[in-house]
Design a protein around this ligand. Structure first.
Ligand SMILES: Nc1nc2c(c(=O)[nH]1)N[C@H]1C(S)=C(S)[C@@H](COP(=O)(O)O)O[C@H]1N2
Ligand SMILES: [Mo]
Length: 505
């Protein structure tokens, strides 16, 4: 091969990066037409989330909290950039290595899209566009880069071509982004308007809150968020349907009007995530508005052989919920369409989600829910069950210290220790606190709202200056006192006592 045609390192890297940028932009543009999640970048990201081992996922959630998705996208962007540079550098003599890598990257996108449970066949057009554009741009740009040494005119033409591709990729990618956002879900949500329940939840009584703790009702914007969705599904209320089928007498097909038009009930419920560590933040309380799930299942007529409600979201996430818990009138499971008077925020499942008190979210709280199949446990595995989490996930009795915050400095004298405790469906009967391993002291419990919600507690200790450690344990109405044995969240929820270190000045 002619060594004079060997590309400089920088030019070779540029060719790789521009080809990949053009490929991603082309895929993003086509995805704007066939469905946002078909964008190869997002499809690979979503597949990565689904394939990530549970321990790593837990680490990511713990370390990055709700920023885990931004971290993932950023990490993928960097990986692809490095890949593009390497593909360019390997192709300094011949375009073949780069073409092979561009083809391989394209096929990865195709495989990712084909594997998404939420995407149809037509979605594969997006990664195919990426594949073709990536290979073609690489081939042409590589040729132009080689020729550019032959004359000033060729040099200028390479520069023009590079600039054109960079700008074109930006414009097409941006247009794809615009198309993806064109489903006017914000407009749909605004059109649903304020939700006024026929049966409102009783007002939160005075005395249900102690100062320093989280507010009894969590503001929608402060409500914890946990899901596998890299991009929040954009499902308009007008396009939403819920199919209830499987082991039923009559299959039901409901649209949003069918739900909105019923007398709505409001219930104050504390939701909890199984991946919450002892003392962690994934617990929040809302006034959920919707219709009793029990009523919908009664209308469908459940066959006696069913024991599981297997639900799916529009983005392909699934869970299995014990039928008995949904049918339990006292528990009051909802197909919810609202939170705190508003339609569900997009991140919390607009237009409709499930809420089942007493069960961790991963086995009950399907957001953007579109399908419920009556089945039997074990017959069909759901998302987290397939990844090693327990098939049944009742919430474990827990308590948390919110005051003082960890490592806080507090004034000398009488020190207030306060926090929250929860034992959904049973209720809290006692909370005890001890300092530096001393005797347990019973805390004052705030007024109870209902047994599906957390309960505030507080107590005081006279403490000398220096550093101290507070520990808390709750006892529920079933007579169960929290164990001090620490187990991790996987497979069915963490146990152990929360403790906080602080300094008295
Ligand atoms: N579609 C969908 N629904 C989902 C999840 C998800 O990943 N996808 N995660 C579940 C989990 S693990 C929890 S704890 C709750 C959290 O609901 P929130 O984000 O509204 O707090 O949603 C549940 N519903
Ligand atoms: Mo969860």
């Amino acid at each position: 091969m002619d060594t004079s045609a060997r590309l400089g390192k920088r030019v070779a890297a540029l060719v790789g990066v521009l080809a990949v940028a053009a490929a991603l932009a082309a895929g993003h543009l086509v995805a704007g037409l066939v469905g946002p999640n078909a964008s190869p970048f997002l499809a690979v990201g979503n597949t990565a989330i689904d394939l990530t081992p549970s321990w790593l996922k837990n680490f990511a959630v713990r370390t990055f909290g709700t920023y885990d998705k931004i971290v993932l996208l950023g990490g993928m962007g960097l990986t692809i950039l490095v890949f593009a540079v390497v593909a360019g550098l390997l192709s300094r003599r011949s375009p073949v290595p780069g073409l092979v890598l561009a083809g391989a990257l394209g096929l990865l996108g195709v495989a990712a899209v084909l594997n998404r449970p939420d995407l149809g066949m037509i979605a594969v057009l997006a990664p195919l566009a990426s594949l073709v554009v990536g290979v073609v741009v690489f081939r042409f740009l590589h040729g132009a880069a080689r020729d550019r040494a032959t004359s000033d005119e060729s040099r200028r033409s390479f520069l023009r071509l590079s600039g054109g591709i960079a700008i074109g990729a930006g414009v097409l990618g941006g247009f794809g982004q615009f198309l993806s956002g064109r489903v006017d879900v914000e407009g749909s949500r605004a059109a649903v308007g304020k939700l006024t329940p026929a049966t409102p939840a009783p007002a939160v009584p005075r005395g249900a809150e102690f100062p320093g703790n989280p507010t009894f009702i969590t503001q929608n914007r402060d409500f914890y968020r946990v899901d596998t969705a890299l991009t929040v599904p954009r499902l308009r209320a007008e396009d939403w349907h819920l199919r209830i089928h499987g082991l039923v007498d009559t299959e039901l097909n409901l649209d949003f009007g069918d739900i909105r038009g019923r007398p709505l009930v409001e219930r104050t419920i504390t939701m909890t995530c199984v991946s919450n560590e002892v003392g962690g933040p994934y617990v929040s309380t809302s006034n959920f508005i919707g219709v009793p799930l029990r009523d919908l299942l009664m209308e469908a007529g459940v066959k006696p052989s069913a024991d599981q409600v297997y639900s799916s979201s529009v983005d392909g996430w699934t869970t299995g919920t014990p039928l008995d818990d949904i049918m339990d009138e006292k528990r009051g499971a909802l197909l919810a369409i609202g939170m705190n008077g508003e339609p569900l925020p997009l991140e919390h499942g607009f237009p409709a989600r499930m809420v089942v008190p007493g069960l961790y979210g991963y086995v009950s709280a399907t957001k953007w829910v579109v399908d419920m199949e009556l089945t039997r446990f074990g017959e069909k595995q759901f998302y987290w069950e397939e990844r090693g989490w327990a098939a049944r996930g009742p919430i474990k009795t827990q308590s948390r210290i919110d005051v003082p915050r960890g490592f806080a400095n507090v004034p000398a004298g009488t020190v207030t220790i306060a926090g929250i405790a929860w034992a959904q469906t049973v209720g809290i009967s006692k909370v005890e606190v001890r300092i530096d391993g001393g005797a347990w002291q019973e805390a004052e419990l705030a007024v109870e709202v209902n047994d599906q919600t957390w309960r505030h507690w507080q107590t005081t200790f006279p403490l000398a200056s220096g550093s101290h450690r507070a520990e808390v344990r709750a006892t529920d109405r079933g007579g169960m006192t929290q164990t001090d044995v620490r187990v991790p969240p996987i497979p069915d929820g963490a146990t152990g006592w929360h403790s906080t270190l602080f300094t008295v000045e």
